[in-house]
Design a protein around this ligand. Structure first.
Ligand code: FAD
Length: 279
């Protein structure tokens, strides 16, 4: 076993990251399963005692979710309905024990194509707050996860929070996950959708993201464009066609074939939009 640091102050944490190579540990629910049967020889920076990474706060423009906020804290929080694309995902992540330990930032930084939190965070237009000894930067989530198990974080950086802008008008969101069974399952496809509407029910903004169908969850720009200006009414799901899913690149694996993933993705996107049309 190497060094184990568990600082309480962010300055201490970023100084330690600047001083030498450390592996960041949060809830450990991805960290430990990846090391089963291997000796723990890395130097560890445990971020769970950092006060700056805890809690959910808001100001006029945005919500700030601390990087060490756990899935169960998120579901217990009093958040507006338009957060459903994330809170519904939180309820489907692992079981209670995993939700009590696993964090949002860990889900992002592990960068699994099947990370259930990522489509919802894309639909929420989230940005990732990143700190190092050199300062703090804010990166759109889409620029933070670069590929399967690959992020834009430098070795001396840690995620401190996820920042979510408030919608300008009325907004609703949803999340649908398909797995080989209902609970405790790795996603075959998941869909997050957020729609903002004007007072007469016209769609003014749309963000639709699909996970587990490409190396990184992807937004469907053409579909988002085609939704603008339409009324959010029953039947809205009918506008979704296969070309709208062109940004995806599903693969065959042990969980599902690529063709099945494409079909299921199409059905789930349409179903998600229909859900949002229900008054
Ligand atoms: C039984 C089981 C079921 C699961 N079910 C699901 C599921 O249904 N859906 C799903 O999406 N996931 C699932 N997971 C995976 C996991 O629980 C989640 O991805 C969780 O959110 C990871 O968070 P963590 O805090 O445990 O991360 P950790 O394991 O502590 O860390 C994960 C990675 O992120 C890095 N990291 C963590 N925090 C930071 C930070 N602040 N800054 C920089 N890097 C950081 C670590 O270095 C590591 O590389 C499951 C895991 C298990 C064991």
């Amino acid at each position: 076993m190497g060094l184990y640091l568990r600082p309480t102050e962010i300055e201490e944490a970023v100084a330690a990251l600047a001083a030498g190579k450390l592996t960041i540990l949060a809830g450990g629910t991805d960290f430990y399963p990846a090391r089963v049967g291997k000796p723990l020889s890395e130097d560890i920076l445990d971020v769970t005692a950092l006060a700056a990474l805890r809690g959910i706060s808001e100001d006029e423009r945005s919500f700030r979710i601390g990087a060490a906020v756990r899935w169960s804290e998120l579901t217990a929080a009093d958040l507006p309905q338009w957060f459903a694309c994330l809170t519904l995902a939180a309820r489907e992540i692992g079981g209670r024990q995993i939700q009590n330990a696993g964090t949002l930032a860990g889900n992002i930084c592990n960068a699994s194509p099947a990370a259930d939190g990522v489509p919802g965070l894309l639909a929420l237009d989230a940005a990732v707050e990143i700190a190092s000894a050199k300062g703090t930067r804010l990166l759109p989530l889409g620029e933070c996860i670069l590929g399967n198990r690959c992020t834009a974080l430098a070795a001396d950086e840690l995620v401190t929070a996820i920042v979510i802008p408030k919608p300008r008008g009325a907004a609703r969101s949803t999340f649908l996950k398909l797995g080989a069974r209902k609970y405790l399952v790795i996603s075959i496809v998941m869909v997050a959708a957020l729609l903002e509407t004007t007072s007469d029910g016209t769609i003014a903004a749309a963000r639709i993201a699909v996970g587990a169908c490409s190396a990184v969850a992807r937004r469907l720009a053409a579909l988002e464009h085609d939704l603008l200006g339409r009324k959010l009414v029953s039947g809205i799901g009918d506008i979704v066609t296969a070309p709208h899913l062109a940004p995806l690149a599903p693969i065959d694996d042990v969980r599902a074939g690529a063709a099945y993933r494409s079909d299921a993705g199409l059905a789930l996107v349409a179903r998600g939009l229909e859900q949002l049309a229900v008054p």
